[in-house]
Design a protein around this ligand. Structure first.
Ligand code: NAP
Length: 254
């Protein structure tokens, strides 16, 4: 059930990795609530433009911006420019992520570094660059980090990914404590298995069937269901919610 009010009217939101999957659904959900949405992407400009068009069709304003969250100089320059172009920033959703899978005994340094640089350092870079503007937004200031069920449960073959997502949970809680005195809230949304390009690439049919047996609600989730949780956390209804991990996983981990 999607939010249909305009509670985010006048607020500027940056969604990293907004071009596809969960990020795209988050962009659309925030636009539906009236936000101006900045859609970040790494390489798929076509997909980012399609997201921006969907945001405008949903009733919000949208712009696209390319930067690699792993590169702090690109992040700093892009977020500074967003502040200039849009008069500030109220909401940051750290959603960009990669899943690089493999057993630890065969995992390469570069694979470990890529996972950490995008999933964990990426959120740190964006947060650091945005914090001054978020503090100015005071009680409208919001950060939501997209972690994962495996950040809490672990998962064989996903040690780097799980470690990066566990790190995001620590980052969320520490930041929530740092920014609370200015009424800026920091939370995480933790999806279970959601139908996107990421799961299509990494979840073969047999593994999918096995997984379904473990999910009490008996189905894989939709990106829009994660987006609705984010739309709640960035809205006025969640002003007294901070430092929390909201699990959207069909009961996979309770
Ligand atoms: N799908 C799931 O089941 C699931 C479960 C738990 C958590 N998550 C988390 O949810 C988030 C979104 O996942 P998804 O399934 O929607 O993934 P996806 O379909 O693979 O999309 C990934 C998005 O991240 C962007 N991206 C990747 N590397 C980037 C970088 N270095 N800088 C900026 N943007 C970058 C991509 O941009 P381009 O389009 O330009 O490539 C794309 O928009 C991730 O953090 C993921 O770990 C997903």
């Amino acid at each position: 059930m999607a939010f249909v009010d305009k509670a985010l009217e006048g607020r500027v939101a940056l969604v990293t990795g907004g071009s596809r999957g969960i990020g795209r659904a988050i962009c659309e959900a925030l636009a539906r609530r009236g936000a101006t949405v900045i859609v970040n992407y790494a390489s798929r400009e076509d997909a980012a433009l399609a997201t921006a068009a969907a945001c405008e069709a949903a009733g919000g304003k949208a712009a696209t911006v390319r930067f690699d969250v792993a590169k702090s100089d690109e992040v700093d320059a892009a977020i500074k420019q967003i502040g200039k172009d849009h008069g500030g920033l109220d909401i940051l959703v750290n959603n960009a992520g990669v899943a690089v899978n493999g057993l630890v005994m065969r995992f390469k340094n570069e694979q470990w570094a890529q996972t950490m640089d995008v999933n964990l350092a990426g959120a740190f870079h964006c947060t650091r660059a945005a914090t001054t503007m978020l503090l100015k937004a005071r009680d409208k200031g919001r950060i939501v980090n997209v972690t994962s069920v495996v950040g809490e449960s672990g998962n064989g073959g996903q040690a780097a990914y799980a470690a990066s997502k566990a790190g995001l949970i620590g980052l969320t809680k520490a930041l929530a404590q740092e920014l609370a005195s200015r009424a800026v809230t920091v939370n995480a949304v933790s999806p279970g298995f959601i139908e996107t390009d990421m799961t299509a690439e990494h979840l073969p049919e047999a593994a999918r069937a096995k997984l379904l047996e473990k999910i009490p609600l008996g189905r894989i989730g939709a990106a829009a269901e994660v987006a609705d949780a984010v739309a709640f956390l960035v809205g006025p209804e969640a002003a007294y919610v901070t430092g929390q991990i909201l699990r959207v996983n069909g009961g996979l981990l309770m």
